[in-house]
Design a protein around this ligand. Sequence first.
Ligand code: B12
Ligand code: SF4
Ligand code: SF4
Length: 314
Amino acid sequence: MKKDVEQTIAVKRRALEIGFDAVGVATLEPNAHATELDQWLDAGYAGSMTYLHRQAGKRKDPAGIMPAARVAVVTLTNYFHGAAPASSGRVAQYAWSADYHRVLGARLAQLATAIREIMPGAITRCYVDAGPVPERELAQRAGLGWIGKNMMLIDPTRGSFTFIGVVLTDADLAADLPFEADRCGTCRACLDACPTSAFVAPGVLDARRCISYLTIEHTAEFSDAEQQLVGEWLFGCDVCQDVCPWNVKFARPTRDVELGVRPEVAEPDLTALLDGNPDAFQRGFGDTPFERPGGVGMRRNATAVLANRRRAHP
Ligand code: B12
Ligand code: SF4
Ligand code: SF4
C-alpha cells in the first residue's frame, strides 16, 4: 500500500460524517514519555489498577499492540453538557449519558469499515478506553491537542471534555504533525483546585487520592479517610476540568443525540442506590458507566456521599 494524502483526507472526512468532532493520524514510534510512565507505576500511583503494570510494555511501544499497524487514526468526541446540577451526589459529566464505550465503539467500527473501503486490503482494530493503548499520547501525536498539567488532552478549540477513540491500521495513511506547544503556561488552576491534592506535581497524578479512581476503579470498601476524600462526588470527578480556562472559554454543550443526558444518571436518587437490589440496579443503570463499579460499588459511593453530607450539615 502507498501513502496517499487523498485517501487520508477521505478517511478524515468520513470520520467527521460519522459524528466524531475531530480526527488526526498518529505515527506509532516508541513513546517518548516511557520513563514518566515507569516512574509513575514504580511510585505506586496506579493503586490497584494492576492492568496498567501489565500493559506498560505496549503503552511504551504502541507498535507492539498490533504488529502490522503503521498508524493510529485518533478521534475526539465532545461530551460537555454545560453547567452541572447543584445537587449533592455529583456525577462526572462523561457518565451522564449512555455508556460511551458502546456509542463510540459502534462509531469506530463504522470508521474502520470506511478505512477498509477507502484502502482495500487494510486491516483495522478499534479501541476506546480499553486495551494497552496510550490514548492521550496518541492524540497529542495526531496533532489534536496538548497534555495539560491535569493530564488531560486539551483541544485548543474545544477544551478537554472529550472522549478519545482510536483505530489502529496497517493502511499507509499520512500522519499529522504532533501538537508540540504546551498552552498551560504559568496557569496552575487545576493543581490548586483538586479537592484531594491528588497532583504530586504538574502532570503527575497519584490516582490513589483521585476521586475518579476511588469511586470508579477502587473495588474495596472505603477507609474513613477515603470516604472523606470523595466529598460530594458519587461517581468520577470534574473539578480539574471545570476550572481549566480552556474549558471555561471553549467548551460548548454537545448536540450529539446519542450522548443525550439521562437525568436518572446525572442526578441519581442516592436512597435508591442504597437499596442494593441487583435487579433494580441492572434495570436502571445496566447500560450506563455506573455498571463498572456495579451495584455494590455504587452503594458504597452513595453511603460515603450521605455520610459526608451529614458531616457537613450535622
Ligand atoms: C487509568 C485511567 C484513569 C485513572 C488514572 C488517570 C491518570 N491520570 O493516569 C483514573 C481512574 C484516575 C482516571 C480518571 C479520569 N479519566 Co481516565 N483513563 C485511564 C486510562 C484507561 C489509562 C491512562 C493511563 O495509562 N494512565 C497512566 C498515565 C501515566 O498515562 P497517561 O495518562 O496516558 O499519560 C501519558 C502522557 O501524559 C505522557 N506524558 C507524560 N509526560 C508528558 C509530557 C508531554 C509534554 C507529553 C506530550 C506527554 C507526556 O506519558 C504518559 C504515559 O504514556 C485512559 C484510557 C487509555 N487507554 O489511555 C483513560 C482516559 C485517560 N481517561 C479519561 C477520562 C475522561 C477520565 C476522567 C476525566 C473521568 C472523570 N471525570 O472522572 C478522569 C480524569 C482524571 C485526570 N485528571 O487524569 C479519558 C481522557 C480524555 C482526554 N480528553 O484526555 C481517557 C483517554 C479515556 C477515553 N478513551 O476517553 N482515568
Ligand atoms: S478528577 Fe478530581 S480528584 Fe481527580 S485529580 Fe481531578 S480534581 Fe483531583
Ligand atoms: S487548569 Fe491551567 S494548568 Fe491546568 S490544564 Fe488547564 S491550563 Fe493547564
